[in-house]
Design a protein around this ligand. Structure first.
Ligand SMILES: Cc1cc2nc3c(=O)[nH]c(=O)nc-3n(C[C@H](O)[C@H](O)[C@H](O)COP(=O)(O)OP(=O)(O)OC[C@H]3O[C@@H](n4cnc5c(N)ncnc54)[C@H](O)[C@@H]3O)c2cc1C
Length: 412
């Protein structure tokens, strides 16, 4: 089942689940077994969305099941015992305040900005929280991002040039609105820079990603002069992202800043393909999984090759890619704890990777979302979808959980 090469094995379920009691493990078994039924998941997702809209009292059910598995708590304070527990196993934490604003008001965006800063200040007081993540959709109107992206696409030239023209095409009010988005992210990065907490900017759907990339590059140019404070996210399921990564490295080298990148495969594949088909444009997604994997692994190699100028996060549940990253470091004689390398998996998933990497001395974390149930529902829906294919993640998770339950029984 698990990958094993060299000194690191992802098969060790004793290490992987040492932080879970028997009861917690049984609960996880029940949850992943249920998520194996695609029909159950798709009905569950529709029912949950409807129940929340109707304000039906479903919080209790969500909280005791999927929320507990994938989320750190409803408040920052509630994440503390989880982070402490992870810390006992040398696992770090990336705090993720689960806000996805959409069309919220300016005051909601200001509030989210303050919350992000609160997370940074809190992280700085903790021994094992070196990063936090933000979503630009938490501080900017989705349709404004969409408008900027669309109009940048109609221009030619470099991303920065196309974006400048897109900005010029906005109305006076919209320009003011965008300037406020910039002020918000600037405030967040200023706080992060002074407290040395990394800010990971999540990647979004392709139709709003250009302005997110521009903002992030601008922040890196200002805050990453000495070390990486700000990180962009590169989705290698997009066929254009490997070359975007190359361009970003060149830009960082030319402008003398450290490029921060979180490497992911990408979370919105079905949505992307469906939109492309509905609107009659070529899909931005790779033709198949093998091509995504090839680009992901090539991106790892590129980052290791430019490690002096690139600080990168291997954000993946793919065992092969995680092992490959350690091997590429070995090949070049770099330590697995090189300050420019970090590994991360989502809380509630792939504990076999996280805890075994930690055991092998790697710098590794759990990406830990928190927030009111209502706010983290979109995140939970994505996790349910991702885990609803028996051939995919659920099969992996369930197999490992079963193995550990059997191992503990035998040990008794
Ligand atoms: C710490 C962390 C942070 C993350 N942050 C973000 C983020 O900011 N934005 C974001 O979008 N996602 C994010 N993700 C999710 C990530 O993009 C993936 O959805 C998820 O991790 C699964 O990919 P994988 O590398 O773990 O492994 P795998 O299980 O090996 O790969 C699954 C992925 O491969 C791709 N894939 C599957 N089938 C095909 C196919 N037929 N054709 C082409 N590609 C295919 C898809 O991207 C799918 O999610 C994050 C994940 C982690 C662990």
């Amino acid at each position: 089942m698990g990958q094993e090469r060299g000194s690191i094995s992802f098969d060790n379920t004793k290490n992987a689940f040492a932080y879970k009691s028997d009861k917690e493990l049984k609960k996880a078994h029940f949850l992943f077994s249920s998520m194996g039924y695609q029909f159950l998941v798709s009905v569950g997702i529709r029912l949950t969305k409807w129940a929340i809209k109707m304000r039906l009292p479903v919080n209790g059910i969500i909280k005791n099941t999927i929320f507990q598995q994938f989320v750190g708590g409803e408040t920052l304070a509630q994440t503390a015992p989880v982070a402490r527990k992870l810390g006992e196993f040398n696992v770090q934490v990336i705090l993720d305040y689960g806000v996805e604003g959409g069309e919220s008001s300016e005051s909601a965006f200001d509030h989210a900005c303050e919350e992000f800063i609160r997370v940074i200040r809190y992280a700085a007081t903790q021994p094992n929280i070196p990063f936090m993540s933000i979503k630009v959709t938490g501080i900017a109107r989705f349709s404004l991002l969409e408008k900027l992206d669309k109009s940048a696409e109609e221009q030619s030239g470099s991303l920065m040039k196309r974006f400048a023209a897109a900005y010029d095409s906005l109305t006076k009010e919209e320009k003011g609105e965008w300037d406020r988005v910039k002020e918000r992210i600037h405030k967040i990065c200023t706080a992060a820079g002074s407290l040395k907490i990394g800010v990971l900017v999540d990647a979004e759907e392709t139709w709003i990603q250009d302005p997110v990339d521009v903002l992030t590059m601008q922040m890196m140019d200002e805050f990453n002069k000495q070390k990486a404070i700000v990180y962009n996210t590169i989705q290698l399921y997009r066929h254009d992202r490997f070359s975007f990564l190359k361009d970003s490295i060149t830009a960082a080298e030319q402008r003398s800043f450290v490029l921060g990148v979180k490497l992911v495969r990408g979370a919105y594949m079905e949505k992307e393909r469906a939109r492309a088909e509905a609107n009659g444009y070529p899909s931005p997604i790779q033709p198949d999984k093998g091509t995504t994997d090839k680009d992901y692994n090539a991106a790892l190699r590129l980052c290791v090759d430019h490690i002096d100028n690139v600080s990168f996060i291997v954000a993946s549940h793919n065992e092969y890619s995680n092992l490959l990253a350690t091997e590429l470091l070995d090949e070049k004689g770099y330590s697995h704890r090189h300050p420019h390398v970090h590994f991360s998996q989502l809380y509630g998933m792939s504990d076999n990777i996280t805890f075994n990497l930690a055991g092998a001395g790697c710098s590794v974390s759990k990406y830990l979302p928190f927030g009111p149930i209502r706010d983290v529902v979109p995140y939970l829906m994505r996790r349910a979808q991702e885990n609803s294919s028996v051939a995919g993640q659920t099969g992996r998770e369930l197999g490992l959980i079963k193995k550990e339950i059997a191992r503990r029984k035998k040990e008794r």
